[in-house]
Design a protein around this ligand. Structure first.
Ligand code: PHE
Length: 454
């Protein structure tokens, strides 16, 4: 099967697909929400630190496993080790992917709905009531199904013909449109107050709330970089040998962070322009506060169309990476054709997504606690595997195609991913579970369901 296995056409194609996976609702919906609940700039500082110190080495861990094995996460762990335990553990990633897309496509459906409603101004009169009327129920199911079909259509066309082709168009469009939106945001009256909240860290707050901010920032860093689910293992499994993983990884993390920060330049000025400040957000921020702002601000309707269009593209470029995990699993492990595998899992997601679309409680639990736990535990598992099972092979894999700096950093990197990072991940996991950090509603949407926050 290995010789017929798909691969990326170009290096840029891989990079844009990986950035496409990373850039998503995490940047535009979840990041400003987390930042606003955890001290704004104070959160930004910790988050950036974690992206650099945990995110980039973690990303390289997943890349190394993927490129070395040329398999999906289950096949990767079983082919690179003799242990049945690791092979069994690999199946956790299929479960994680299923849970991820089950809630993500519901939010994707909301976005499509708002994109359409922006043309007619349907939510302009009463944004709060509008959101509450569409967030859960049969209409939410219908839009989730629409979003899922779009996702499946791209994945069904394959790695080159579907994912690579789509993300090559989507990513530049997202960046250009976001820059335009940020430029518009900066002209608003509240821009300076919004940016002050966003960009000048309150060191006192950072000190007193550090243990609350830490797990929130770590959870956000993992989610936004698509780490811990096996996405990056899968995408790297379609790579040729000759590329520098450290360079690609740093670039991908950097571009993703840039988009996240840029999204803050759009969201915070808008929130402050309306005088709602940062206290309002929550999971419904994009749908309630921002939608309300669009109704009230100059050129709001045009901006709303562009904004929800950008978010829809970003969500889609991430959801395809979630569907690709179980699809590649069926293709690699059972020799099923891509089309059939895509249809089979789409059928499953029709059901699991609908459950999320019908119940705020299920949605909150899956999108929050469960996904959070699985991503953190999943990344810790991948990194322990890299450090303790692959060991020197991981160093060799990282070095292959890397420049001087990559060569020199490979061994210290192995200690980091084998020992330091797993300890850090377990610590953040525990600290988020402890009641003392309950004020950190931050890690995920669990603590405030979108409906509650409206
Ligand atoms: N990174 C994506 C986002 O920010 C979410 C994601 C998580 C995608 C895990 C794949 C795997 O929206």
């Amino acid at each position: 099967m290995a010789d017929t296995r798909e691969s990326w056409q170009t290096r840029l194609g891989f990079i844009l697909a990986a950035v496409g996976s990373a850039v998503g609702l995490g940047n535009i919906w979840r990041f400003p929400w987390m930042a606003s609940e955890n001290g704004g700039a104070a959160f930004l500082v910790v988050y950036l630190g974690i992206v650099l110190l945990v995110g980039v080495p973690g990303l390289l861990g997943e890349f190394v496993i993927g490129r070395r094995s040329k398999r999906n996460p289950v096949g990767a762990l079983s082919s690179l080790s003799d242990s049945k335990g690791w092979s069994a553990f690999g199946h956790v990633f299929v479960v994680t992917a299923v849970l991820l897309l089950s809630f993500y496509s519901v939010v994707g459906g909301w976005i499509l709905r708002y994109f359409g409603a922006s043309f007619t101004g349907a939510y302009f009169g009463n944004p709060g009531a509008y959101f509450s009327s569409i967030n859960y129920g049969f209409e939410a199911v219908a839009f989730h199904v629409l979003f899922l079909f779009l996702t499946a259509a791209i994945v069904g066309f394959g790695v080159k013909g579907g994912i690579e082709r789509a993300t090559k168009v989507m990513m530049p469009a997202i960046v250009v449109l976001l820059v335009g939106l940020a430029a518009w945001g900066l002209t608003l009256d509240g821009a300076s107050a919004g940016l002050a909240f966003y960009l000048s860290p309150d060191l006192g707050y950072l000190q007193t709330h550090f243990l609350d901010i830490l797990p929130a920032a770590a959870g956000q860093a993992l989610f936004t970089l698509s780490l811990g689910a096996g996405t990056m293992v899968t995408y790297a499994s379609y790579l040729g040998e000759d590329r520098s993983l450290p360079v690609d990884g740093t670039f991908i993390a950097g571009l993703n962070t840039l988009v996240g920060v840029l999204a803050g330049f759009v969201v915070f000025p808008i929130l402050f322009a309306l005088g709602s400040g940062a206290g309002q957000p929550g999971a419904g921020a994009v749908f309630v506060s921002l939608a309300g702002a669009f109704a009230a601000l100059p050129y709001g309707q045009v901006v709303a169309v562009v904004f929800f269009g950008v978010v829809a593209l970003a969500a889609l470029s991430s959801s395809i990476s979630m569907l690709e995990i179980p699809v590649s699993f069926l293709v690699d492990e059972y020799g099923v054709s891509r089309r059939k595998a895509t249809v089979a899992f789409t059928g499953l997601f029709l059901v699991t997504g609908s459950v999320n679309a019908l119940s705020a409680q299920v949605f909150g639990f899956v999108a929050g606690t469960l996904v959070n736990l699985l991503l953190t535990g999943g990344l810790a598992g991948f990194l322990l595997f890299t450090g303790w099972v692959l060991g020197t092979d991981a160093v060799a894999e990282l070095r292959s195609g890397a420049g001087d700096l990559g060569q020199r950093l490979a061994t210290p990197w192995l200690y980091a991913v084998g020992v330091v990072l797993p300890l850090f991940l377990v610590f953040t996991l525990l600290s988020s579970l402890l009641p003392c950090s309950a004020s950190n509603s931050g890690r995920a949407p669990s603590s405030r369901s979108p409906s509650a926050s409206s």
